[in-house]
Design a protein around this ligand. Structure first.
Ligand code: ZN
Length: 83
């Protein structure tokens, strides 16, 4: 019996030159009602994209995470998105 092949992990390219887009735009508070802005930080599946991939700062990432969770509860954003 042959040993199972090791699954290769997909390498995610990380751009270290990314800057926090919300800091550049000068947004101090992220609202759950602003679904257009929040949806840019969600994957196609509806998951929150980690800040290493979007370049968001810790303060804004925290605000985004809370806004997404509020928006999901208010049925403005989906919990999951089946493709
Ligand atoms: Zn920021």
């Amino acid at each position: 019996m042959a040993a199972p092949k090791k699954q290769q992990k997909k390498k995610v390219r990380i751009n270290k030159n990314l800057r926090c887009q919300l800091c550049i735009e000068g947004i101090s508070e992220v609202s759950y009602k602003d679904t257009y802005r929040i949806s840019k930080f969600l994957s196609r599946r509806g998951k929150i994209i980690p800040r290493i991939r979007t370049g968001t700062c810790a303060r804004h990432q925290n605000q985004i995470a809370n806004a997404v969770k509020n928006a999901r509860y208010m049925a403005l954003l989906p919990y999951t998105n089946n493709i």
